[in-house]
Design a protein around this ligand. Structure first.
Ligand SMILES: [Zn+2]
Length: 495
């Protein structure tokens, strides 16, 4: 029987866990120093290793080996001391009730009785209450490991009793090298590009990456770029580059022809639009961060070069606009009976707006180069700091990107779950979230998004959310409004 890769290569030891070194090290230290807590909370996206880490931690806690790997736990034999509860099934009521009754009995084989509660956010309120009572006064021998993908759904009473560990998305390079190792062990031939595409599609999840690899392997003996693209149904990066090239440098007619070509090849307008948003997000990263963005952008070296050529300052305003326009029709694309027309109209709008920008830019250049006497006079009158002032308005402090992503991601998930679609749209414009003096500060550039967020009914929603996670918050505008307005403003100031 064929065993799925992610099952076969599920980590069994701490050193086999991919991409969570910070957590593994802390847990190992706690065991070594005998400073183990009573309740742990493992949170993070699916497939980042929460449950595997919990199981390994539980075994290591109980390991009684005199010689390495000889005890019951190391041999992964079943033990009554390690209990797994899936909160997703049956809301966990019976299991938690059972837990409460039996937790007082001491462990049989090892030192601790370890309860692993998976998807803990799915517990019903009564199950939560029951769990809470146990967490308040746990017997000395009991350890709880709660795992969840949706930490914002947990009551504060639970959060405050747990040692929290945030599992981050696994970096693309780690996914790539992990997948390559496995393919080599499995004697499967592969193209470098194919592995990269799979890892990228895995979006930071080891499990997803391996599942996709499984699908691709069952389709063809050898992993080729082409076969992966066919399986993923993803718009090939090259056609995105080509389409984007036309959008940024070409004319609207060619763009519509290229769009038609891609749609005829079987892309759905919604998928293509999503791919384009990601693509433009990558261009922004390249523009802002430069070479260092190579790890985050997840493109082959060759593609990266081509993308760099598009990610110029000159194109910045257009790129921002493309993201804004495409994001604004996201829902429409999904529910419209004529999604194709929606996407076409976006492309057309993009051109009519970028034309305007180009004209402003052109005028600006003319003025700057002193084409007319009037313009030259104006130029001398403008204080030099106009442009600089706008750029240094409010800098975002250096924040750990994964923390920022997590804060924003949890907020967006909450808004989505609570069907706050317009607020969700506005909050998507948040660039970064930083924690300063126990307060979450959301940095945002877009004026219209800020105005939207500042509407009382939206403030109420956000207040409620941040209250639930016990954090004060505020939004801060940074930079200037948008690159597009920046150009327009500069122009205005000169007149
Ligand atoms: Zn052992």
């Amino acid at each position: 029987m064929y065993l799925a890769l992610y099952r076969k290569y599920r980590p069994k030891k701490f050193n086999e866990i991919i991409g969570q070194d910070h957590i593994v090290k802390t847990l190992q230290n706690q065991i070594a120093l005998d400073k183990v807590g009573h309740a742990y909370l493992f949170c993070g996206s699916r497939g980042t290793g929460k449950t595997s880490t919990a199981k390994i931690f539980a075994r290591e806690l109980n390991c009684t080996c005199e010689h390495k790997n000889t005890c019951k736990f190391c041999k992964e034999e079943l033990s009554l001391d390690i209990l797994e509860i899936d909160a997703a099934s049956n809301n966990g009521v019976d299991e938690i009730r059972d837990l409460r009754e039996k937790v007082k009995y001491p462990p049989v084989d090892g030192k601790y009785k370890v309860y692993i509660i998976d998807e803990v956010h799915m517990l019903s309120p009564s199950a939560f209450n029951a769990l809470l009572k146990t967490l308040e006064e746990p017997p000395k021998h009991a350890i709880f490991i709660l795992a969840t993908t949706e930490v914002h759904k947990l009551p504060q009473t639970i959060l405050s009793r747990c040692m929290r560990f945030d599992f981050k998305l696994v970096a693309i390079e780690e996914l790539i090298s992990h997948l390559k190792n496995i393919l080599k062990k499995e004697n499967i031939q592969f193209e470098e590009d194919a592995v990269e595409l799979i890892a990228r599609a895995g979006e930071g999840s080891v499990r997803d990456t391996l599942s996709i690899a499984d699908r691709c392997i069952s389709y063809a003996d050898k992993l080729t770029r082409q076969s992966v693209i066919e399986i993923l149904g993803e718009t090939e990066r090259q056609s995105l580059i080509a389409l984007s090239d036309i959008i940024l440098n070409g004319n609207v007619g060619d763009a519509l022809i290229k769009l038609d070509e891609l749609l005829k090849a079987g892309k759905s307008p919604a998928v293509l639009s999503k791919d384009l948003i990601y693509y433009y997000r990558d261009l922004l990263l390249i523009n802002v961060i430069g070479e260092k963005s190579a790890n985050m952008v997840m493109a082959s070296a060759e593609d990266f070069n081509q993308m760099q050529k598009q990610a110029t300052n000159q194109n910045y305003a257009k790129i921002v606009q493309a993201i804004e326009l495409l994001s604004s029709v996201e829902a429409e694309l999904r529910y419209s009976v004529q999604p194709r027309i929606v996407l076409e109209s976006v492309i057309i709008r993009l051109f009519s707006q970028t034309n305007l920008l180009q004209r402003i830019e052109k005028l600006e250049k003319m003025i700057a180069s002193g084409v007319t006497i009037e313009a030259q006079q104006v130029k001398q009158e403008i204080p030099v700091q106009t442009a600089q002032k706008a750029e240094s308005k409010e800098e975002i402090p250096a924040v750990k990107l994964e923390n920022s992503d997590r804060i924003i991601g949890e907020l967006l998930a909450y808004l989505r779950d609570n069907k706050q679609m317009s607020l969700l749209m506005a909050c998507r414009q948040i660039s970064k979230a930083a924690v300063e003096n126990n307060e979450i500060i959301l940095y945002i550039k877009d004026k219209s998004a800020i105005n939207m967020i500042k509407m009382q009914k939206n403030l109420d929603v956000l207040n409620e959310y941040f209250k639930s996670i016990h954090t004060a918050w505020q939004i801060k505008e940074f930079g200037d409004n948008s690159a597009a307005n920046n150009i327009a403003n500069k122009f205005k100031n000169r007149l």
